[in-house]
Each structure stands twice: as C-alpha cells, then as structure tokens.
Write a protein that binds this ligand. Structure first.
Ligand code: NIG
Ligand code: FE
Length: 398
C-alpha cells in the first residue's frame, strides 16, 4: 500500500475495534474525539495511513484482531521529572499525617541525584519509562532540575535526550543550595554558563515560578535568556499560590503553563486569549492533598487543557496517565471525553506537536489498546490495568 507520508514498510490492519478515538472530528463523529465505531486502523512503517470502518479497510500484509476493544492514541505525557535518585517516602508519610507541601523538599532529591552515578540515574529513568509505556504513554517530556550545577544539569539532559526529543532545561527549579545567600548569582549561572552547557541537549526551558523558588522578574529573565539560545518556554505556574507565572507564560507565548491551581479571572482570560496550553497535573494535588485546579472554569473559557502526570519523587510519584484521567474525571469534573482528549491531543498541543496524540493518516502509529470496549472505562474502572496493547512508531511494544 502506498501513502502520501513517504513511509515504507509492512502494512498492518488492526481491525474489529469497538471504539476508535482519532481526535479528528473529520474522521469520525463530530465530537472532538472523532470517534469511529466498529473501526480499523492501517499502519505502514511507523505511521498511520488509514482509519475508518472495519468493513471498508484495505487489504494489508498483516491483520490484528482488536477483539471488540477500544483503541486510542498513545498518551502524550507532556510534563514529568524522571532524572533523579532517591525517594521521599518519609516526606509523603508526614504529609499524609497533616504536614504541608513546600518547594523545600526538592533539596532532598538534589542531594541524592548529585550523589548518583550516571548508571543509577539511567536505571531509574529506564524503569519509569517502562512503567509509563506499559500504561500507554508513547510520548513523554522530561526535565532536569535535580542537579542545579552546570555539570549535573547537563548530565540530566544528556541522559534524558537519549530517550526523548522532548527535553526541558529546568536549572531554575529552586535556587541551588550552593547559592542560598546569592539568588541573583544563581540566576546569572542559570542564564549564563549553565544555559550554554544545557541548551544543546534541550528543546524547552522551564522555571518554577513560585514563592520559595523564582519570582516573576527572575522567571522572565531566565525564559528570555533561554529563548535567545533557541529554547522554547514552558512554566511551572500558580501551583502553590496565586502569582505572575500564568500571565508571563501567555506573554512569552510559552507552549504550556503547568499546574494552574490558583488562577484569577485575569489568568483565565490570558490563557483564553493566547496559544499557551494549561497543563493540569492532578497527581500533584492528589499527593499533596491540595485543592484541585478548576478544570471546568478553564474549559468553559475555551482554554486548551492538557493532562499529565508530573511524575517526580516529591509531589506526584505516579507514571500513570490512566490514574490522572480518573482523577480528572472524578475530582476535576472533566468529562471522560475531555480527559482522554487532554491526555492525548492536549499533551501534543502542550508540546506543539501534530504528529502524535491523534490516530490520523500521517501521524505516528502510536496506539493504545484497552481491555475495554470504550475509552470511558479509563475513568469508569479506576486503578484497573486496562492497557493491553501498545504500538509505538508502528511497532507493538506491549
Ligand atoms: O512539578 N513544582 C515544582 N516541581 C515539581 C515538584 C518537585 C519536587 O517536589 O521534587 C512539581 O510538582
Ligand atoms: Fe513539575
């Protein structure tokens, strides 16, 4: 079978799909999920080349019977922190006994990460990636931010870049403990020598704009310096308190403002007026017992919402997008359709990608097969390992 994408290779049809989520209304029903019932997908090489009703599927080399189950785009986890060592069980335990979450716990992970060998960091990263893949994540972003020296930040990015193109320089996670008395000196390092060492390994630059981390002026200086080196901004904004991060994100055309837990009307208006995606991370609210972001307010204002894990050892130690979908539906009052869209097409939008997060001709053949007849089961059956097949770049990996 030939295709307009220029891909070559074996063709495979996945047929007998009870519900196919394409995320393209022109290919299915008119909902944003573009649902096709009794569907088939044809893969050629690493790409999708055809979707439609099973009965109309073209002939192919191979055939896979989905057995009346659901297929959706592989999840796009656009926010994680996977390069670290150590764990913070005691901090979590204390929180569940009433203590609050602060940015200060990051220092614990910085110390453990600096002390770790490359091999230890790589082994952790590989383990979390394999967890995520088994739960349907086929594209992920990950960050530095637990090194906070030139060498340790560059090392984290180099290790991450071996696994994903979506690598984010987060030297501005907190002020390094080495600069506790000289935050301006640390900002100079982050925007100078550290940026020079890190920029070649990263696509994005991020800053934790929050009390106890970096204020609006520092965040602006850091993101602007990154942009001058070819990195595109994204921001940890308005997680623990109201602040300037969200509006700064929109002003700088950041791809994404992440967390968005404490928003003023002006913040929501700003997000609705720009191209910055609001990335919600309900694993963080779950694991810090914090109030939920108001997803309905954002969606009703027309803001593009992504849903991601924020997987990290401090505030959200889950690699499971299905868990985040269930939380988003139950506790953030997103509909199952909205949550599935946000964890696939929304994540792609937060990474400014159109080749993932959808099952459409020309997109990468990144697919998740559920042991369920529809995507709604991801919220309806929380905690159940429903992912029973994963294709990444056209190759079945689960
Ligand atoms: O996204 N908010 C800042 N960074 C992480 C938490 C990091 C940590 O506690 O180790 C987050 O929640
Ligand atoms: Fe984060």
């Amino acid at each position: 079978m030939s295709s307009s994408t220029g891909t070559t290779g074996t063709t495979t049809v996945i047929t007998n799909i009870a519900t196919l989520v394409t995320n393209d209304p022109s290919l299915g029903d008119t909902s944003p999920l573009g649902l096709v019932r009794d569907a088939a997908v044809v893969i050629e090489g690493d790409r999708v080349v055809w979707t439609g009703e099973s009965s109309k599927a073209p002939a192919t080399d191979n055939r896979v019977d989905a057995g009346g189950r659901a297929v959706l785009p592989g999840f796009v986890d656009s926010h994680s922190h996977l390069v670290f060592a150590g764990d913070r069980t005691e901090e979590f335990n204390a929180r569940m006994s009433g203590r609050g979450y602060t940015a200060g716990g990051i220092r614990t992970t910085v110390a453990a990460t600096r002390a770790a060998t490359d091999e230890e960091l790589e082994a952790n990263l590989t383990r979390f990636l394999s967890e995520a893949l088994r739960q349907g994540t086929t594209t992920f972003e990950t960050k530095s931010g637990y090194g906070l020296t030139v060498a340790d930040e560059a090392r984290a990015l180099r290790l991450a870049a071996a696994h994903t193109d979506e690598v984010t320089y987060l030297g501005a996670h907190i002020v390094s403990p080495d600069y506790a008395d000289d935050p301006a000196g640390y900002v100079a390092l982050v925007t100078g020598e550290m940026l020079d060492a890190c920029a070649p390994h990263a696509r994005w630059i991020d800053v934790f704009c929050e009390k106890g981390a970096f204020d609006g002026d520092q965040a602006r200086a850091i993101l602007t310096a990154g942009r001058a080196k070819g990195l595109h901004p994204r921001i940890h904004a308005n997680q623990l308190s109201y602040g300037p991060g969200v509006q700064l994100a929109v002003e700088l055309d950041a791809a994404s403002a992440d967390h968005c837990t404490h928003l003023t009307d002006a913040d929501v208006d700003a997000l609705a007026s720009g191209d910055t995606v609001a990335t919600l991370l309900p694993g963080a609210e779950f694991s810090t017992r914090a109030e939920w972001p108001n997803a309905r307010r954002l969606l009703d204002a027309g803001v593009t919402v992504a849903l991601s894990t924020d997987c990290n050892p401090g505030s959200s130690f889950t690699s499971s997008v299905p868990f985040c979908i269930a939380l988003a539906v139950r506790d953030m009052r997103m509909t199952p359709d909205e949550a599935v869209w946000s964890a696939t097409a929304g994540g792609a939008a937060a990474l400014r990608r159109t080749d993932v997060g959808r099952v459409t001709p020309g997109a990468y053949a990144d697919l998740t097969l559920l042991d369920a007849p529809s995507h709604v089961h991801l919220a309806y059956r929380p905690g159940v390992p429903l992912v029973s097949g994963v294709w990444r770049r056209g190759v079945r990996v689960v």
